[in-house]
Design a protein around this ligand. Structure first.
Ligand code: SF4
Length: 193
């Protein structure tokens, strides 16, 4: 274990379940060519002002808190006191379909905040669990993460693809085993079907 820190953005308990287990096993770090003495400490970071309505936000946040307690992980909850921040970020793209420009702006806002937190705590790496969703484009998420490295010197974005090896299927299994609340839509009011 190194003295470095990886901040992992999380969106909800089901999407985080498999990544939490993979990071716990540590094998995942060998996939990105990190040796045992280079493995960072991990902080999970919840920042999701996109989730609508407030009641749904609270359910998802609290479900992740419950799972974090069960798995004994370090989870930081970042509450947003400015609810218009997300609306401003996606302005002009409200009617875009899922996987479109609105989602890119939404990813960027949440990952930017994760970088800001990593900077605040002098962290070294940022990653996200969001690539696990079949409704989200992994390359888009990872290229947004990589582009943020330019603004935050000394913080590296680590690209993961949690969809691979039936990742999403595995999360549904873990969610059932742990009785995790699984939502029926991505998060924002435009994604409610
Ligand atoms: S569909 Fe999901 S990723 Fe896209 S803007 Fe809405 S909450 Fe964000």
């Amino acid at each position: 274990m190194s003295d470095k820190t990886l901040v992992i953005h999380t969106c909800c308990a089901p999407c985080s379940s498999l990544p939490i287990m993979l990071f716990d096993e540590m094998k995942i770090f060998y996939d990105i060519n990190l040796e045992i003495d280079q493995i960072p400490n991990i902080i999970y970071y919840f920042y999701n002002p996109n989730i609508h309505p407030k009641e749904e936000y609270i359910i998802r946040r609290d479900e992740l808190l419950r799972f974090a307690k069960e798995k004994n992980i370090h989870l930081v909850i970042e509450e947003d006191d400015n609810s218009s921040k997300w609306e401003n970020a996606i302005e002009g793209f409200e009617s875009e379909p899922e996987k479109g420009k609105r989602c890119e702006k939404c990813f960027e806002l949440r990952l930017h905040k994760t970088f800001e937190y990593a900077k605040k705590i002098k962290g070294n790496y940022v990653a996200t669990v969001m690539s696990i969703s079949p409704h989200k484009n992994t390359d888009t998420i990872n290229s947004i993460g990589k582009s943020l490295e330019n603004k935050f010197n000394d913080i590296e974005f680590i690209c993961f693809n949690f969809k691979k090896n039936d990742g999403f299927l595995k999360t549904t299994k873990i969610s059932k085993e742990h009785n995790l609340y699984r939502q029926k839509y991505c998060g924002c009011k435009y994604s409610i079907r």
